[in-house]
Design a binder for this molecule. Structure first.
Ligand SMILES: [Zn+2]
Length: 127
């Protein structure tokens, strides 16, 4: 199970970095084209963090949309499906992916650290 291995690796990386500090929030960035099922990651996270300093952590997942650019007609477009389609403008298959393949730990928030002021949010609620 692909997602379990990915989730386990992310949790291991966080524990290595944060030690035994209790974690409040974990934010993962999983692009639409990363080939990872976000719902599965959420489920695996609950299993993997059980009994660790992350067990009370809230998992937040940011999902950047897929974006590609056609090398033939230079048009950029959004890719909504998990696989790269043909160019919707010219039908070309000569595409370069610009975004949506992200798969990383975006941020980790430790419990008990000074709370950030409410206006320090960096993620707008758009999209
Ligand atoms: Zn094209």
């Amino acid at each position: 199970m692909h997602e379990l291995a990915i989730t386990q690796a992310a949790v291991n990386a966080i524990r290595q970095r944060m030690g035994d500090a209790p974690i409040r929030t974990v934010t993962l960035e999983i692009g639409a084209l990363a080939g990872v099922v976000v719902d599965s990651v959420r489920f695996c996270f609950e299993v993997v963090v059980d009994g660790t300093p992350l067990q009370d952590a809230v998992l937040e997942i940011v999902e950047p949309p897929g974006r590609a650019r056609c090398r033939d007609c230079a048009r950029e477009f959004v890719v909504e499906e998990p696989r790269i389609p043909l160019c919707p403008v010219c039908g070309g298959a000569n595409l370069s992916v610009l975004g949506g393949q992200e798969l990383r730990i975006k941020s980790v928030e430790v419990q008990g650290e000074c709370a950030q002021p409410a206006d320090a949010r960096t993620t707008p609620e758009s999209g």
